[in-house]
Ligand binder design. Structure first.
Ligand code: F6R
Length: 254
């Protein structure tokens, strides 16, 4: 890992243009690997940030013949205690926003299972890691960022070598995500997430951030000293990370 080569920063006028640029890169990656008869392994995020990206990928599939037949996906995280049918689950989110609209093969979709019992979570986390390795590793990982600097649901305090497993959600994250639930008390307190080391194993990482409310944490993720108190700062050591920002999210960059 080499601190001097990464992250690259690309600033766009708005989330739609940033998402179009990234979606075009994803389409090129899928098509170039398909030509070599190789699958493309994508790490996927949920939340508000990737919505315009999934919209553009749906459009490329519908209007531009982009096939997901050879795409394998691994989602970052899922709330613990929510099953597939729960409207707030990330399983539902991904199917509504992307999977129902493209030709991905259901067996190629991997989303952490929020219904795993506590006793089985450690083994489940190891099996998720194994499935990523069996697929050949993640070619491109999409990330958002929490206003507290989390990536996936790796909250402040998470060590760099963490692996997929259960986590407690911080008060800040639960408050940020309460907009999607009918009240803070309904936001789950726990989740299962890929670890920081799992994310950093990805061959390429694209972190997306929009809006003024992300500006301070984007500045810190890029320029603050590497620290477990800011898990996104670990990306400073990843050799192939690009931050895709809109102008407001880039407004506090030095
Ligand atoms: C989502 C995830 C989180 C979000 C982050 C930002 O799978 O892992 O790290 O990317 O909380 O959320 P939004 O995009 O809603 O601001």
């Amino acid at each position: 890992m080499n601190k001097t080569v990464s992250p690259a920063i690309q600033v766009y006028p708005d989330p739609a243009s940033a998402s179009r640029a990234l979606a075009a890169e994803i389409a090129d990656l899928i098509r170039s690997r398909e030509k070599k008869a190789l699958p493309t392994v994508l790490g996927l995020a949920t939340g508000g940030t990737p919505l315009p990206l999934y919209q553009e990928l749906r459009r490329l599939h519908a209007e531009n013949d982009l096939s997901f037949h050879n795409v394998i996906t691994f989602n970052l995280d899922e709330y613990l205690g929510l099953d597939h049918d729960d409207a707030h689950s990330y399983w539902q989110f991904m199917h509504q926003q992307l999977f129902h609209h493209v030709d991905i093969q259901p067996q190629n979709i991997h989303i952490p299972d929020g219904t795993i019992t506590p006793a089985d979570l450690a083994a489940y986390g190891r099996s998720y890691e194994q499935a990523i390795r069996d697929a050949g590793g993640i070619d491109l990982q999409i990330l958002g960022i929490g206003t507290n600097g989390h990536i996936g649901f790796n909250e402040p305090g998470t060590p760099r070598d963490s692996r997929t497993g259960p986590v407690d959600l911080s008060e800040k994250t639960r408050r940020d995500n309460a907009v999607h639930f009918s009240g803070l008390q309904l936001v789950p307190t726990r989740a299962i997430t890929m670890g920081c080391a799992t994310i950093l194993d990805a061959k390429r990482i694209a972190l997306l951030a929009w809006g003024e409310r992300k500006a301070a944490i984007i500045r810190d993720a890029l320029h603050a000293p590497l620290s477990p108190s800011l898990p996104a700062s670990y990306l400073q050591e990843h050799p192939a990370t690009t931050f895709y920002l809109d102008q407001p999210a880039a407004s506090k960059l030095l």
